[in-house]
Ligand binder design. Structure first.
Ligand SMILES: Nc1ncnc2c1ncn2[C@@H]1O[C@H](COP(=O)(O)OP(=O)(O)OP(=O)(O)O)[C@@H](O)[C@H]1O
Length: 259
């Protein structure tokens, strides 16, 4: 697919006897927000980990900007990996560091900045993620769920990534905070020209944010395309997912927002 910044080809992942992915292909196009959906255990997180190089697949290719991540020498590989920012499911902030220190850490460790310069930049990332400056002085345990997600987003943006990978960013948020996070993501994508891969179970997020959707099932990507294309698929799981009561409600809410 032209304009693809991530190309996954013939991916195979297994844990012991359990085959999670087989012959899985996926393209992510520059500048898009791609929603990755699928039942629990269908392998969405393992796919994200394979893309960012945290999990070595058993077979297949992961190409980032046309380069095969798995065959690159270590230095080039880590340079590529640094062009991706990741927000893990749990937020994964260090509890013994303040929010600002959490954001500054990759700038000190990977970009070699001084502590003072890293703190200045971390302040900017904090603001980008929609957090007040005072939140930077707090420890993660004292933040609300929505603030933790934003702090983790600020850290994911620390090294100015071109690709952002988010694992269930709105899980556990109340609907108002989740909708605000969706809007923030759209704003950031437009302002920073990001490409975003978003694992989600949140149908509202899919309708609000995603340009395209890829559905994982039976070890591969079963359907990928615009929401309209995927929703029209005849596959029984996809039909149940998008045409069930929650799917219909999200569709109606999205229509209401656009009117
Ligand atoms: N490190 C691991 N060791 C063994 N099995 C694993 C490991 N990581 C993932 N799995 C298994 O791989 C399968 C896919 O897991 P994954 O977390 O990718 O699913 P998921 O689609 O993200 O699920 P959910 O929507 O519930 O988060 C699961 O059956 C899981 O138990």
């Amino acid at each position: 697919m032209s304009g693809a910044v991530i190309q996954v080809r013939d991916l195979r992942n297994r844990f012991g006897p359990q085959v999670v992915h087989e012959h899985l292909d996926l393209d992510v196009i520059e500048g898009e927000i791609l929603g990755l959906v699928g039942g629990s255990g269908s392998g969405k997180s393992v796919l994200l980990r394979s893309i960012i190089g945290l999990h070595r697949p058993d077979a297949g290719e992961v190409r980032l900007w046309q380069q095969d991540l798995l065959t690159l020498p270590a230095a080039q590989r880590s340079a590529l990996e640094r062009r991706m920012g990741v927000l893990f499911q749990s937020g994964a902030l260090f509890s013994s560091l303040t929010v600002l220190e959490n954001i500054a850490l990759p700038l000190i460790e990977h970009a070699g900045l001084s502590r003072a310069r890293a703190s200045e930049l971390a302040d900017i990332k904090l603001a980008l993620a929609g957090l007040p400056a005072l939140a930077g002085q707090r420890y993660p345990s004292s933040l609300s769920g929505g603030m933790i997600k934003r702090a983790a987003l600020a850290r994911a943006l620390a090294l100015d990534p071109q690709i952002l990978l988010l694992d269930e960013p709105t899980a556990g948020l109340d609907p108002v905070s989740a909708a605000a996070f969706d809007r923030l993501l759209l704003t950031l994508r437009d302002a920073l020209g990001l490409t975003v891969v978003l694992v989600t179970h949140d149908l509202d997020t899919l309708y609000a944010c995603c340009d395209r959707v890829a559905v994982l099932g039976q070890r591969r990507v079963q359907a990928a395309g615009t929401l309209a294309e995927v929703v029209a698929t005849q596959d029984p799981w996809i039909r149940d997912y998008f045409h069930g009561p929650r799917g219909r409600a999200a569709q109606q809410a999205a229509r209401g927002n656009k009117e």
